[in-house]
Write a protein that binds this ligand. Sequence first.
Ligand SMILES: [Zn+2]
Length: 415
Amino acid sequence: MERGGALYFDWRFILPVLGFGIVLLVFGEREKKTNSARQFGALFLLLMVLCFSYTFTGISLSFGTSVTSFYQTIPRFIFDELRPSARADVGFQQSVAPKNNIVLVIDESIRGDHLSINGYRRDTTPFLDNLSQNTDLVRNWRLAVAGATCSYPSNALILTGVRPGVDEFRMVETHPTVFQYAKAMGYETVYMDAQTNTFWNGLAPDDLEYIDMWIKAKDLGDDIQSDFRAADWIAKAVTNNKGKFIVLNKRGVHFLYENSYPADIETWRPVPGEYTSQPELVTNPYDNGVLYNVNTFFERLLIDLQILADTTILYTSDHGQTLFENGVSWLHCNYTPMEATIPLLMLGRNLPASSDENFLASHSNILPTLLDLMDVPDKFRLYPYAPSLFSPAFDVAGERWFFDGSLRLIEFHSP
Ligand SMILES: [Zn+2]
């Protein structure tokens, strides 16, 4: 655990703390009476500097899980609450009713190469394997590249179509979200979050204007069966219905992995007593989690395959996971390719061709694909997004990039 802690340590965190210390020395204890007022003033000054650095210069002074991150969160929270939305308006409204339902499922911490549908040695996704072999209802882009290795930037990129390596990350605050396009195309929009009861993934309260229904973790039970209740809800909502646009943030398989499934269904054993000292055992609880969570989710969602007549489902994960391989002692939010390795599947009818090659697709292809599924005319697309999965050009985009947890741009190399 010491090694794990050291990886989150960043010497630069000393700078703002040092600044605070100097301010205290200069303005601090001279007369007992005004002592607390002066100290409060010094703290206020520090908060203003952190706020200013983030808001006006774009420089984040929060490095790692340090004291400054805590303090910076306070002014950032206050300012973000007060700041009006900077998102562009999509500027059109279709009057024709939508002809389909669209469901985007964003899983949590699911590494693409641990799904048997992608050739993994253990049968972690038997339902999907069977469906892809016996029907024409599945297209698989196999292993794809995440936009980021941390949940917040990754989700923010997916929902806005901002492209790592081409666009600045800050565009996630100004680009319209996929919900705006869906509303403009006449869809009834639903945002489901099996993880929290607040916005955490790049959406802000102003975005609620384009979300007709917000289903939170507490509405889904907030336990290891939340994702299954979400699946049941979606299946019911799209049955004999058209015009639904649903985005689900799944609960997925989060560390500690053995907490994401009931102990009595354990297939692969043993579970490591201590993750960092027994890295060779980490895949056991992780794969149990994938089998329980991901496989059961699709079984419940597709209990009646008839829903795919009018519904297209796009499935991915926010990021991968290191699984402590190659001596690595962190989970994700860093720079290794396995953290950026995610699945990308489409389920439905009249699907585009997919490729057997890995890493041709990325998160950047998702928003333009959703716009195609909605039939958004080209003239109404506000930015030059990445190619859609329906476009034959999508696999010739060249190099791939992703953001790490500190929003540093990393070039992706196949592991
Ligand atoms: Zn995540």
